[in-house]
Design a protein around this ligand. Structure first.
Ligand code: LMR
Length: 396
């Protein structure tokens, strides 16, 4: 029976990590998967995470199941971090949050929710987007279409085209927006542009589905939520898929959340009952550890202040690498102006390197990046910058 099963192709991102692990070249460089590394190339455990774990080890009194949608303390912490404590969607109880295993599970629960309750809806994805987005909606049986996003010539947002395409979406469709630090381009709309997008969605009767995986990696915690808040006008409904892999460095703990903002508290209760039904038939209820770490840090003023400093240090290191990368390429005499990389936000840079150049970097220099030219800037290091830029120069 199983002999008839075809071999699946490797994942566009995680497949590269598998290939990287097998590469015997001691000088190999992994700039593919979006994971933060420090200057020594390690993915550190934040000091605040260690402290929260120490407290949890001492105080945790049970390993009984969590509720289907996770602990209320976690939900409150997530909402306050995204919307700001005391925001109208919190006080009116029209926001409901479910703790999910990572942002990916939040997206999958959202996809199942859409399939079950809005079977005619299409989900619109930016072109380009995270390669797992189409796979997740496809697996849930939800149709997707793309809207233009990236202007390759200007290395910027193709805003007029984006807006024109969103002006064509059908009433009842969902539009997936990257809340900040767009993956893979690193290019975000301005607040004014977010407001225009919000206006178009409202006019079309479409709902925003925000993938919010990098809060704090762009400009700052509050600054990175500006787009989300621009859309969230009184009465507006929305789904938000959060991830705490990056900003708390909790990758393998799989910590995320699906937040639904409904028209009013009564509707919110019904939506959350559907979210719970989806979760129960999928993974039943969430694993506790990662969410407890996040709730512990966000719930303690001193720990939270310390975590914000750790987050700022990660952000500063990434921005430092952007500057060093651009300066080193220039110093090596690379003719193309890579200055746009310093304007991009978050972990990733859309380098403009072709598929062929990316393949040569891998084959000839054991330098791994995603096939579309996406580079994980958070994986760059001063110690390997020279070799990286020399290799890029040679394949260009
Ligand atoms: C990425 O885009 O590299 C990260 O979000 C990790 C992943 O799961 O793909």
């Amino acid at each position: 029976m199983f002999q008839s099963v075809p071999l699946a192709p490797p994942d566009a991102i995680l497949g590269l990590s598998e290939a990287f692990a097998k590469d015997p070249n001691p000088a190999k460089i992994n700039l593919s998967i979006g994971v933060f590394c420090d200057e020594t190339g390690k993915t550190p455990i934040l000091a605040t995470v260690k402290e929260a774990e120490r407290r949890l080890l001492e105080t945790e009194a049970s390993k009984g199941y969590l509720p289907i949608d996770g602990s209320p303390a976690y939900a409150q912490a997530v909402q306050a971090m995204m919307f700001g404590a005391g925001h109208e969607v919190i006080t009116s109880r029209r926001a409901t949050t479910a703790h999910t295993p990572g942002g990916t599970a939040a997206l999958r629960v959202a996809a199942d929710l859409i399939k079950k309750n809005f079977p005619k809806a299409t989900v619109w994805l930016s072109d380009p987007t995270w390669p797992n987005h189409p796979q997740i909606f496809d697996a849930a049986g939800v149709p997707t279409k793309v809207y233009p996003y990236f202007d390759a010539t200007a290395n910027g947002l193709a805003f007029d085209k984006t807006l024109a395409a969103l002006g064509q979406v059908a009433a009842g469709d969902f539009v997936l927006l990257h809340g900040c630090c767009h993956n893979p381009t690193g290019i975000d709309p301005t607040v004014a542009q977010w407001k225009q997008i919000a206006g178009v969605l409202a006019a079309r009767g479409a709902t925003a589905l925000v993938d919010f995986a990098y809060q704090g990696f762009g400009r700052g915690l509050a600054e990175d939520a500006a787009g989300l808040l621009a859309i969230l006008q009184p009465g507006v409904e929305m789904l938000v898929c959060s991830s705490f892999s990056k900003n708390f460095g909790l990758y393998r703990e799989r910590v995320g959340a699906l937040t639904a903002v409904s028209k009013d508290a009564e509707t919110a209760a019904k939506v959350q009952s559907q979210v719970k039904a989806v979760i129960r038939a999928n993974y039943s209820n969430p694993p506790s550890h990662g969410g407890s770490i996040v709730a512990t840090i966000l719930g303690d003023a001193a720990l939270r202040a310390q975590w914000e400093k750790e987050l700022a240090a990660m952000r500063d290191r990434i921005n430092g690498m952007r500057q060093l990368f651009v300066a080193t390429l220039k110093a090596k005499g690379v003719a193309r102006d890579f200055g746009f990389i310093e304007r991009q936000l978050g972990m990733f840079s859309f380098s403009g390197l072709t598929k062929d150049q990316v393949q040569k970097l891998r084959d000839q220099y054991a330098i791994y990046m995603v096939g579309n030219g996406r580079i994980n800037v958070a994986g760059m290091r001063p110690a390997t910058m020279d070799r990286l830029c020399e290799a890029i120069k040679s394949v260009m």
